[in-house]
Design a protein around this ligand. Sequence first.
Ligand code: ARG
Length: 388
Amino acid sequence: MSILSKFRFGLKIVGGSPQRILNYRYGSQCGDVDPEVMKDLEEGYKKLASSNSKSLLKKHLTKEIFEKLKTKTTPHFKSTLLHCINSGLCNHDSGVGVYAPDPEAYTVFADLFDPIIEDYHKGFCKAAKHPEACFGEGKDFENLDPDNKFIQSTRVRCGRSIEKFPFNPCLTEPEYLKLQDMISCALMSLCGEHQGKFYPLDGMDPAVQKQLIEDHFLFKEGDRFLAAAGASRFWPKGRGIFHNEAKTFLVWCNEEDHMRIIAMEKGGDLGRVYDRMISGVEELAKELKFSRDERLGNLTFCPTNLGTSIRASVHIKLPNLTKKPEELQKLADKYNLQVRGTHGEHSEAKGGVHDISNKRRLGLTEHETIREMHDGIRALIEAEGKAK
Ligand code: ARG
């Protein structure tokens, strides 16, 4: 029996709304797509096509592309189109709706990923190549809100995958544990400002976990978009969080990506936060080998995070603009910003506090990414003053 015919892709739904549970296996012949998978694909596609979903998946998965891709599998992990699109098929309210189960999926299913990538990252076309890494320095970005009138906190994160490991849907339980081991060991080597402790999620005191989530330090559990993508298997095994004592430098282990490297603090000193993230990433790169693709830069599970993988965000109070949501959205679009609710993605803005960040991460350098966010936030603060 080939290793591929074992159940590797069963989805355990953690919390969230009830939804179809994928639990299937591959046929014994490599390259075959299991009939059950094909049935789910056909039915799911039909439902999506007749829905009013606004997702990029619905927009770009034409009948022609669907027919072309539905029988394909990736060479090594045998991931199917269903692995890539199940999240968007189960969640019609997705903004995007696709994930790459393994790095090869970006090439095998390029007819779907490429147009989605081009749409999300504003013009990163098929022939485009992500530039070499160029972080620059935090000192180029002055404090956005020195009087502390608007910005409550600033956060800069990037995602990293470890070479030779696939993404969530293809990881085995021992691989999750191996990754956690490698990552927590590397984190132990950090010193100075970055020095801290790793806390595995498995066995964490629920009260501690709740507090960490409320303080925006820890990822939330039971994300239905991730669960449907096959990213919650063996939860909470292999998952964890690292933070320094001040909780200004954090690393998530095996949530959506193998690693999320995060710097954050109260106030609007973007440059200082950015510098802290850069030095953390540079130290960790001495211990771990990160996956990088010639065309797509840093490789991540979700195509929205490719390239620099940087999301620089602020929690910002804009009471006047909040009363004019169309104007806020228009400005955000103009400056390539994304507006999220107070508790991040797919959440509400409580008390007029928004989470606003850069949207594009691919096709521009790290320094340019931060510049785009910095200039956009400055423009929003200016507009807030005039929007009375
Ligand atoms: N799949 C979700 C959606 O399409 C999230 C997309 C981007 N966010 C992320 N955490 N990868 O809405």
